[in-house]
Design a protein around this ligand. Sequence first.
Ligand SMILES: C[S@@+](CC[C@H](N)C(=O)[O-])C[C@H]1O[C@@H](n2cnc3c(N)ncnc32)[C@H](O)[C@@H]1O
Length: 181
Amino acid sequence: MLITIIFLTITVILFIFSSKTLSPIPYFPSQRVDLPKIIKALNLRNGQTVFDLGAGDGIVIFGAAKLSYQQKLNTRFVAVEINPVLILILHLRRLFHPNKKNIKIIYGDIFSINYTKLLTFNSSLFIFYLYISPWFLEKTVLNIKKQINKFNIVSYMYPVKSLSKTAVINGKNKIFIYNIK
Ligand SMILES: C[S@@+](CC[C@H](N)C(=O)[O-])C[C@H]1O[C@@H](n2cnc3c(N)ncnc32)[C@H](O)[C@@H]1O
């Protein structure tokens, strides 16, 4: 009985991770070694909101939220994820995070998410962290542009070809920064 339950659980998890609907972009966490550079690129400030679009297990959003907490900033963090297993992990990790009051977990699709409906607070600037397949970057950026005028993008590993970059940080992988006004 126990073996059947374990087998079924593993099968469901494998199905979710390989499903094109439940996980259109494969899950790869950002490289831990690049985390300090990624967080520096986010340039955390009071009154800002940082989104991780396709947040995975939350390595970036929880790392950034921890630094924000240590620096006594009121920056807000929103993790958007479509994979139900990763959503569960994000909720569990949030429960034990010192800055949990400033972290929101959203089960949603980054290609169509309605940011204006989602935001119940004012923010001076929105920062979007992206580590997604290059062929999905433009679609995701277009959905942001349609709804928000002023924002920053930090894209890990892949450049956003339609935007002119503000800076590039060299890590194990490149980190591309865009300031859109
Ligand atoms: C390459 S991983 C990056 C994870 C995390 N941002 C990081 O840097 O460690 C891409 C993530 O996007 C999620 N994802 C894929 N398609 C999505 C969609 N349409 N909406 C929301 N999340 C999506 C995947 O489940 C996966 O966790």
